[in-house]
Design a protein around this ligand. Structure first.
Ligand SMILES: Cc1cc2nc3c(=O)[nH]c(=O)nc-3n(C[C@H](O)[C@H](O)[C@H](O)COP(=O)(O)OP(=O)(O)OC[C@H]3O[C@@H](n4cnc5c(N)ncnc54)[C@H](O)[C@@H]3O)c2cc1C
Length: 442
């Protein structure tokens, strides 16, 4: 049945010609549309299904700087600042609370990795604290494990995936942006080697710039125009519990589960690093590029041939711009959750917190995680096609960084000084050899 997401009203009139078209109404596309509208730019936000209904409503809701890869830490720090401002600025509830994030562990190797990370993070002005065994216990009152130690970042937070993208889309509309749902973009309008608009299922919209924020679909969209965006989609599972007593006010990661307190008095629950991987033609083509990134996770992934081999974001095949496209055939991707993981996570949670005995899964869902070979997103103009900007591949941590990404996209689209150095996010790093080839934080 998928995760819940609030409904958003469409604009009354259909866009004909704008400065910027944004494809995709997830957290990245809605934040970009909002920041563009705030800059006074005319913008149309086009979503094939419903605003926020794919990854952006299916995530855990963590807004995290802690344990980020360093190239994206400055954008994460900016993003947390923006999360705090956006509620008051838009007058809408995004569910953001700066409630901190605790990691607790019984594994010495894990603690050593965190310690090395916080030393380097200080140079970026970010502070999180190593916790001793007794401090980890104090941060997790009621837990039963004898923690060896932990990590604590008071400035991290949580937001509500069901609220955030809808709130930003509505706020963009309040500022004059066009918002159109059930409006798939079939492809780009290109003339004299430049982007001049998009072909949608409702006709042509002229634009000087087009941002592709299509999440798991971006790679297929780009391939239609001869642009290679290396991408692998992994299916994650999460669940909403029944309402229960508060054992943690923010986020908690342990080896057995990952937990987030929700505004509605329940929890979002999952297990770190778990996922399902469907073998697909495009996945197999891109797999060699992902050897390093996925090395440490291979044992935690399940593999199978699924329906996405033949249709969906990683299937082969092109389409005409005046005929029904794959995007209209899949209004909302709703992969089934991994029931075994759901039960394991609940068992682990209750073992850790006996006070939560009787807690159940109210609903569980799957969601595609679009990953790049270095687990860092692409937020980048495309050299080979002027006017086209890709903002995709957020690799399982795009919700927290979404507001920052939206601002950076807006800066790039109108050639303002970018809020952070965008070099780490260039698309061309995958073809010019500058990509960072190390096992990454996930
Ligand atoms: C189980 C799970 C847990 C996660 N936990 C966290 C977390 O705690 N913290 C965190 O920071 N991140 C987390 N993530 C990752 C995070 O959800 C994503 O990185 C983020 O939501 C990506 O946002 P997006 O806007 O790029 O993509 P999406 O939210 O997928 O949005 C893309 C949109 O584009 C639309 N679209 C695609 N093609 C077209 C087209 N041709 N025309 C029109 N529309 C189109 C799609 O319908 C979709 O709505 C998690 C992800 C999952 C699945």
């Amino acid at each position: 049945m998928g995760a819940h997401v609030e409904a958003v009203r469409d604009s009354a009139t259909f866009a004909q010609s704008v400065d910027v078209v944004v494809i995709g109404g997830g957290i990245v596309g809605t934040a970009a549309a909002y920041e563009l509208a705030r800059k006074g730019v005319s913008v149309a936000l086009l979503e094939k299904g419903r605003i926020g209904a794919e990854q952006s409503s299916r995530n855990w809701g963590w807004c995290r700087q802690q344990n980020r890869d360093f190239p994206e830490l400055p954008l994460s720090i900016y993003s947390l600042r923006r999360w705090e401002e956006l509620g008051p600025e838009t007058g809408r509830e995004l569910g953001f609370r700066r409630s901190g994030l605790v990691y607790a562990s019984t594994k010495a190797a894990e603690l050593a990795t965190w310690e090395a990370w916080i030393d380097k993070a200080r140079a970026y002005g970010f502070v999180s604290h190593m916790l001793s065994s007794s401090e980890a216990k104090q941060r997790t009152p009621g837990s039963t494990s004898d923690w060896l130690g932990g990590l604590w970042s008071p400035s991290d937070g949580r937001a509500e995936p069901s609220l955030a993208s809808p709130a930003l889309a509505a706020a963009a509309r309040d500022l004059g942006a066009f918002v159109h749902q059930n409006c798939a973009v079939r492809g780009l309008d290109i003339s004299a080697g430049k982007v001049t608009g998009v072909w949608t299922e409702r006709g042509l919209i002229k634009a000087q710039k087009v941002v592709c924020a299509g999440g798991a679909w971006s790679s297929r969209f780009c391939r239609r125009h001869g642009i290679d965006l290396p991408n692998l989609n992994v299916i994650g599972t999460a669940l909403k519990t029944t309402a229960a007593a508060e054992v943690i006010s923010g986020g908690l990661a342990t080896p057995g589960f990952a937990l987030r307190r929700r505004l509605d008095g329940a929890y979002s629950l999952s297990i770190s690093g778990r996922g399902r991987f469907e073998l697909t033609p495009q996945g197999l083509r891109h797999a060699p590029k992902f050897r390093v990134a996925f090395k440490s996770r291979l044992a935690k992934l399940k593999y199978r041939v699924g329906p996405s081999f033949f249709s969906g974001p990683e299937a082969l095949g092109s389409w005409a711009l005046d005929a029904v496209s794959p995007f209209e055939r899949h209004r909302v991707l709703d992969p089934r959750p991994d029931q075994q993981m759901v039960e394991e996570a609940l068992t682990s949670l209750v073992r850790e917190y006996p006070a939560l005995a009787g807690i159940k899964a109210e609903r569980a869902w799957g969601g595609l995680i679009d990953s790049t070979p270095d687990i860092i997103p692409v937020i980048s103009p495309v050299d080979q096609l002027p006017g086209f900007i890709i903002a995709s591949g957020f690799s399982g941590h795009g919700f927290g960084i979404g507001p920052g990404a939206g601002r950076l996209i807006a800066d790039l689209a109108v050639s303002d000084t970018p809020i952070v150095d965008p070099a780490a996010f260039r698309l061309e790093r995958f073809s010019d050899g500058s990509e960072i080839r190390q096992p990454k934080m996930m």
